[in-house]
Write a protein that binds this ligand. Structure first.
Ligand code: SF4
Ligand code: SF4
Length: 745
């Protein structure tokens, strides 16, 4: 807790002209009895910053309230070191830029926001970073020794760290090492080259910073970032344990099972093969008709064989088009007179792959944009029936020696039975009621990582088995802190993209280790050194925190006591919002701190006709959206008082009770979009908050407090222009509902 709090009110950027800063000074000096309360015309300038530093050094100030611009700007300017608490009160973007100047309501808003800032600092303590008793390991474990895994390990080694590769096969290289040729990534992009992975394998095996286990699998991984223990079993019978700081999952993908593509002739004719089959044949030396070994005179490639098909793989597998172009050239270069056709739904050859497409055309490959492809065999060979969608006519290609199906990719993480977890029912509730988590997590029993995590042994997945991550903001981050996915296990991708992906994941793994060693969180709260503490004597073992944590940070013992792993924690505080006992808190963020902020708002008497609405917002999207409202000088309702949260997942229902008990007329929550295309930085926070709110509606009605007084809306930054209307509409509803009957009690 701060020993001495000082308040600094900036009068620049028009604040001094729009607000009565003397009255603001009185709030800090008289209501909160702060000794040091200063105004300055340009607080972010050198002189303003020096003024604050002087007070820190000479007057022992260790809690600083800065009332001025948004906390999203000038963060470096107003950073006074780890020992000084800083709270920013947004008088610019969210006050004078979206409310009229020199107006009674605008002044009341500014004063309430200042009150909330001061009580927040009063409740906060400087976080003490978590330092494990054991030394943090700087080694990165790479599971999978294909292109992604080898590249990640090499990048880790180039950064001066140690990497351990665990590969289940007896040799490194994975799928890429089985290729005959790869597409060139150098101008003119039309050549086919020997797979460069052969060089990478040699480099990795010779690098003293890379230890390789071949013919080996992970039996179990326990621990947390910085302190993971990987138990490795080898086919040879040996076992080993490695202490590692972070993990990269790079186990790649397998080809879709072509036996499910009987309608495309697979299994019915020996001359219908897959991309992998052709690659193998080319590598052996000659492309032949499998049924009789004759040289191929005519061949067809059928693209999207299973991919982009709701009955098989609904997604695009990203590389099959390019692989087929390359293989069409294998046949043309073996026999320039061979007739080679490509039947495609869409030919996806992005970037420099366009040159390969043009090269295939130049060498005589014929393309049909087609659909409804069907394959038969008659006495003269294979026959393809298809609909040419460009000319809207049926086409028939007869007498084909060979048909190659471009089968898609299935991530290895999706192999094994699909499990649904994280939806646990509360005792005594009927089916469908009382689930802790509205949207259960999906896991596959792929037996790759075998994590000792309460929430499941593998990574939470999207429905097709690719690991769940925040696709827009943090694509490498899985929902297990310190475990990064790279390459085709993460998403379908080609060779150059896999190399970039693995490099990114290696850097993320290193970053995670370094942040962990400093006791700081990883994405998205990288600066945060607070972590959760549990007042265990009041824990009822209800399991909500262990189930709802989106990152599997909390295990439990046999008596269902939560066992917190600080370095797995992303500091979202979802557990704090979930805990009915309110026993989880952070040194600078707690149920009490936010509750005190709510209580600091002055609520006018009913006859003053000034309703009050607390707007609880996600600091990642809704808060910047509100800043943008101010930057665009769009007016907002004068009744609102804004409180940012780390994530709406941290929303504890007691704050709503506090607000309504105090006579506040409405509570509006603005959180991120949820559902399949979720935007929530903490995955499930806004969804969990919505779910929790649905549970209190009945209670509110019973207390004669209309449930319409509490509403949640989804807002993303780009929706900033919608926010004023959302607030206006809610305020209109509050006016209709009338004043809170608890006002004045
Ligand atoms: S703060 Fe978030 S990540 Fe950490 S334990 Fe709580 S819910 Fe899990
Ligand atoms: S949510 Fe709270 S009461 Fe329930 S198990 Fe977790 S810490 Fe204990």
């Amino acid at each position: 807790m701060a020993n001495k709090i000082a308040t600094y009110i900036c009068t620049g950027c028009g604040i001094g002209e729009a607000l009565n800063t003397e009255a603001l000074t009185n709030v800090a000096a008289k209501e909160y009895k702060l000794e040091i309360v200063r105004t300055h015309p340009f607080l972010c300038g050198a002189e303003g910053v020096a003024l604050i530093k002087e007070d820190i050094q000479t007057a022992g100030v260790d809690g600083v309230v800065i009332a001025g611009c948004s906390p999203r700007v000038n963060t470096d300017v107003f950073n006074f070191g780890d020992e000084v608490l800083v709270e920013r009160v947004n008088l610019r973007e969210q006050c004078i830029w979206c409310h009229p100047a020199n107006d009674e309501d605008t002044q009341m808003l500014a004063e309430d926001q200042l009150r909330m800032g001061i009580v927040k600092v009063k409740g906060m303590s400087v976080p003490t970073p978590y330092q494990p008793e054991e030394e943090v390991s700087r080694t990165v474990l790479v599971v999978g020794g294909g292109l992604a895994g080898i590249t990640a390990a090499l990048e880790v080694a180039k950064a001066g760290r140690k990497a351990v590769i665990v590969e289940k096969n007896d040799a490194l290289g994975g799928w890429v090492a089985q290729l005959y040729k790869q597409v060139s990534v150098r101008p003119p992009y039309t050549e086919l080259e020997d797979p460069e992975i052969r060089e990478r394998i040699k480099e990795a095996e010779a690098n003293p910073n890379i230890k390789v286990y071949k013919g080996a699998q992970i039996e179990k991984i326990s621990g947390q970032p910085g302190l993971f223990d990987a138990y490795i079993t080898q086919k040879s019978g040996g076992t080993a344990t490695e202490r590692v700081g972070a993990i990269i999952l790079a186990t790649g993908a397998v080809s879709y099972d072509a036996s499910k593509l009987e309608h495309l002739g697979f299994g019915r004719s020996a001359n219908v093969i897959t991309t992998d089959g052709l690659e193998e044949m080319a590598k052996r030396g000659k492309i032949i008709r499998p049924s009789d070994g004759k040289e191929v005179q005519s061949a067809a490639f059928v693209l999207c064989a299973g991919s982009r098909d709701p009955e098989h793989l609904p997604y695009c597998s990203a590389t099959c088009c390019i692989d087929s172009l390359k293989q069409a050239l294998y046949i043309k270069r073996q026999n320039p007179n061979a007739a080679v056709y490509v039947f495609f739904k869409d030919l996806r050859a992005p970037g420099f792959h366009e040159y390969l497409y043009q090269q295939a055309q130049k060498e005589g490959v014929i393309f049909f944009r087609s659909d409804n492809t069907r394959i038969e065999e008659n006495g003269k060979g294979l026959v393809i029936h298809a609909k040419d969608v460009l000319v809207n006519d049926n086409i028939v290609a007869e007498g084909l020696d060979l048909v190659v199906l471009a089968t898609g990719m299935v991530p290895t993480a999706a192999l094994g039975e699909m499990l649904v977890a994280g939806a646990e029912e509360e005792e005594g509730k009927k089916e469908g009621e009382g689930f802790f988590s509205p949207k259960p997590d999906i896991y596959f029993e792929s037996n790759i990582l075998n994590l000792e995590y309460r929430q499941g042994k593998e990574l939470p997945s999207l429905k097709y088995g690719f690991p769940d991550s925040h696709f827009i903001c943090f694509p490498y981050e899985t929902r297990r802190t310190g475990i990064y996915a790279a390459g085709t296990v993460r998403a379908p991708m080609d060779i150059p993209t896999t190399i970039r992906d693995a490099t990114g994941a290696a850097l993320k793994a290193i970053q995670c280790i370094e942040l962990t060693a400093k006791g700081m969180a990883v994405h998205p709260r990288v600066w945060d050194s607070s972590y959760a503490s549990f007042r265990m004597e009041q824990c009822t073992q209800c399991k909500r925190c262990t189930v709802e944590c989106p990152f599997g940070a909390i295990n439990e013992d046999e008596k269902a006591n939560p066992l917190y792993n600080p370095t797995r924690c992303r500091r979202c505080a979802t557990c704090m919002g979930a805990c009915p006992q309110r026993i989880i808190s952070f040194q600078n963020y707690s149920v009490v701190i936010i509750g005190d902020m709510v209580k600091a708002i002055e609520v006018p008497e009913e006859d003053e006709e000034k309703p009050r609405i607390v707007v609880i917002v996600c600091e990642n999207d809704a808060y910047p959206a509100l800043d943008m409202v101010g930057m665009n000088r769009i007016n907002l309702s004068p009744w609102i008082r804004i409180i940012p949260l780390r994530c709406l997942g941290s929303m504890n229902l007691v704050w709503i009770a506090d607000a309504l008990a105090k006579g506040i007329d409405g509570v509006l929550l603005l959180g991120c979009k949820h559902g399949d295309d979720y935007q929530c930085h903490f995955v499930k926070g806004s969804e969990l908050c919505t779910y929790r709110l649905s549970k209190i509606k009945e209670t509110l009605d019973r207390l004669a407090l209309e449930s319409d007084r509490v509403r949640i809306e989804q807002v993303q930054i780009s929706d900033y222009n919608l926010v004023p209307e959302i607030i206006k509409e809610f305020a209109a509803r509050i006016e209709e509902v009338g004043p809170n009957p608890y006002k004045g009690f």
